[in-house]
Design a protein around this ligand. Structure first.
Ligand SMILES: *[C@@H]1O[C@H](CO)[C@@H](O)[C@H](O)[C@H]1NC(C)=O
Ligand SMILES: *[C@@H]1O[C@H](CO)[C@@H](O)[C@H](O)[C@H]1NC(C)=O
Ligand SMILES: *[C@@H]1O[C@H](CO)[C@@H](O)[C@H](O)[C@H]1NC(C)=O
Length: 636
């Protein structure tokens, strides 16, 4: 069946003038490839953390960075407002006061543009202060006011201090959509003094691996499908901050939530920092990711640069952060880590000094002192650390073991030129592709304007060309991380993104680029194998290698603009007649196809089993605009 199909395609290809590609892959195992080739990059952009991956369901739970009580609304004739009297903690100076009304009163919150309600245990908590005798009722309600589940919580509240009330709410019914609210009510008659104050009103659904204060199961599942091996965090522009003092500060992101002040993020909204340093490390643990920890390096997005004579405290602060993560419990910050319940040190092997420091007036100061001050301090204490410069710096005196970061937001026809970028690379330094994406069609004159909401097939294939070019140079390329990772469909100015979602997990969109990374990342090349025969690139962009753990030989290929199917014959030295191989080919109906809410994926996967011919070769045909992986399993 396949054979005749292949012959038909072969005939068509010959008529269309596509040369057959004949490859011979040698048995000589080449340089080791980076084990971190496919990773993920995260920053809290457009509700990627809060309102996104971070599973908290309540929006504005602690009134951080805003005097507004919105989106909380009052229930039962009461009034809600923020107040700064009797703060819950120095980190959380503001709380919500609920005043007046009669009978059943309280407040309601619609979540981050909705709340997903299933029959499962929700873990909740709120702090309250005020004299109240009676019970609180926590409930979920649908848009029509139907109560989907509720739980009563006996009041322990007093006027003299804040009392935490914990509860578990298991709805009796799943909601038909996510237009639901969370409500806390109580009997106004039981309140002495006219009002109650509330803060840190928090509700979590079951989280990934049941981590307290954890991450959304469905979105972590979408990442797990990518089989990633590295996490670059905590940004990105959000780590830099817009202006002093709003860069990301690790000390403010650890410990009990009531001690985390949050901060004004870069993307016009305050971050709760509920997703903090420890949560990032747990994310790495849960998906087995190598952490790549970036540090603020003295440049704000708004172009403020910390002067040389004022930078040392920031360097020291990062050294403290590393000690918090890696120090033993006899060290000051290792002891702090242990006091929070994490006695076992983590291990960090990769750090990045800043983010895109060549932009926003940062380049000269970075090249003259900022990178080196961080490098020298880190290297002195952690001699094996890979210390990545945040752009492709050409600074004089760049240490030999420094790595660089290449970012590319591009258009497909230009991105494919990067296939040979790393062949031509100054191989003295390793490089990570810390951010990449095709962000507009080739026809767009201004690439930054009017960008598509979702990755589309042509862009995704061109990204495969970049990725395969990186894999061909897996000895110098540390890895690639698509950016941005996440997009909340309710606040999505930065598009396209790898995964788009809203409060309703059934509406999550795994993009065409997600499908491509998933295919390429799930078959890892540990060592390159040299290849003779047709030279890439056009139109078959390929990399051949071996997975030394499984013994599989692998040929990854993207076909970009061949205008007809490409006949491929590949011979792996040492593979004998009758050996079988699996071939997976991804295609889409047309190059503008994209995935979208509510629709099945446009990406079609064809899986075939091939058998080696008498001379050990495999012959197959790859359609135009396709991404494929051929895997020859080691003989048993
Ligand atoms: C509420 O739950 C948290 C998290 O499990 C716990 O630390 C805290 O002690 C609990 N508070 C009360 C009053 O039970
Ligand atoms: C650095 O790496 C070398 C070689 O792998 C190893 O022997 C040494 O213990 C490492 N040093 C530290 C501080 O981890
Ligand atoms: C989303 O991010 C963009 C920057 O890419 C920013 O301009 C915009 O204000 C953000 N939107 C929201 C709703 O925060």
């Amino acid at each position: 069946m396949f054979r005749s199909f292949a012959l038909a395609v072969l005939a068509a290809a010959i008529m269309a003038g596509v040369d057959a590609v004949k490859l011979r892959v040698s048995e000589t195992v080449g340089a080791a490839s980076s084990p971190h080739m496919y990773g993920v990059m995260f920053e809290d952009i457009n509700y990627s953390g809060d309102g996104g991956l971070y599973a908290e369901l309540i929006r504005n739970r602690a009134f951080q960075g805003t005097t507004s009580v919105s989106p909380f609304t009052a229930v039962g004739g009461a009034k809600v407002a923020t107040v700064t009297t009797t703060p819950l903690s120095s980190a959380l100076p503001r709380s919500m006061t609920v005043t007046g009304g009669s009978g059943t009163v309280g407040f309601s919150n619609p979540g981050w543009w909705g709340i997903d309600i299933k029959v499962q245990p929700y873990t909740g908590s709120f702090y309250v202060r005020g004299d109240y005798t009676g019970t609180f009722k926590a409930s979920f309600q649908s848009a029509t006011g139907e109560v989907l589940g509720s739980v009563e919580i006996a009041s322990a509240s007093t006027a003299s201090g804040w009392t935490q009330h914990n509860f578990t709410l298991i709805p009796s019914k799943a909601a038909g959509d996510s237009k639901n609210t969370f409500t806390v009510t109580y009997d106004a008659a039981g309140v002495k003094g006219g009002s109650l104050n509330f803060n840190l009103i928090s509700v979590f659904p079951p989280t990934f691996k049941n981590r307290p204060n954890g991450l959304r199961r469905d979105l972590m599942g979408a990442l797990a499908e990518l089989n990633p091996s590295l996490l670059r965090f905590p940004g990105g522009n959000n780590m830099e901050g817009q202006s002093p003092p709003n860069h990301w500060k690790w000390q403010n992101t650890i410990g009990p939530l009531k001690d985390r002040p949050g901060r004004q993020g870069t993307w016009n909204y305050p971050n709760t920092d509920g997703l903090g340093l420890v949560e990032y490390m747990q994310w790495c643990e849960d998906l087995n990711l190598e952490p790549l920890l970036a540090t603020f390096a003295g440049l704000y997005l708004g172009k403020n640069v910390i002067a040389q004579n004022a930078l040392q405290p920031y360097v020291d602060d990062f050294m403290n952060e590393l000690e918090f993560l890696m120090g033993d419990t006899s060290t000051k910050y290792g002891a702090l880590r242990a006091s929070l319940g994490y006695p076992t040190p983590w291990k960090v092997n990769f750090v990045e000094v800043g983010n895109e420091d060549d932009l926003n007036n940062g380049k000269d100061s970075y090249n003259s002192y900022r990178y080196k001050m961080f490098y020298n301090a880190i290297k002195a204490k952690y001699p094996n650390m890979t210390i990545i410069a945040s752009f492709e710096t050409t600074m004089s005196g760049l240490p030999a073991d420094a790595a660089k970061d290449y970012h590319t937001y591009n258009q497909p026809n230009k991105m494919i030129n990067d296939f040979t970028k790393f062949d031509r690379y100054d191989r003295a330094h390793k490089v990570i592709v810390g951010e990449y994406a095709n962000i507009n069609k080739d026809s767009a004159k201004d690439m930054w304007a009017n960008r598509p909401l979702y990755p589309w097939w042509r862009g995704s294939v061109a990204e495969a060309v970049l990725a395969i070019g990186a894999e061909r140079n897996g000895d110098v390329v540390i890895g690639l991380t698509y950016a941005p990772l996440f997009c909340n469909l309710n606040a999505n100015q930065w598009v396209p993104d790898l995964i788009a979602y809203n409060a309703d997990p059934s509406q999550t969109v795994l993009s065409t680029s997600h499908a491509v990374i998933k295919l390429l990342s799930n078959t890892r090349i540990t060592n390159l194998l040299s290849t003779t025969g047709s030279d890439p690139p056009k139109p078959l962009y390929y990399a051949a290698g071996i997975n030394s753990k499984t013994g599989s030989r692998i040929l990854k290929a993207a076909v970009y603009e061949s205008r007809a199917a490409v006949p491929v014959t590949v011979t792996f030295t040492g593979v004998t007649a009758g050996t079988t191989a699996t071939l997976k080919i991804l295609t889409a109906p047309n190059e503008n196809s994209n995935n979208a809410v509510g629709a099945a994926s446009v990406v079609q996967t064809v899986a075939q089993t091939l058998t080696a011919a008498a001379d050990g070769s495999f012959t197959y045909s790859l359609p135009d605009m396709s991404v494929s992986v051929l895997e020859v399993k080691a003989a048993a």
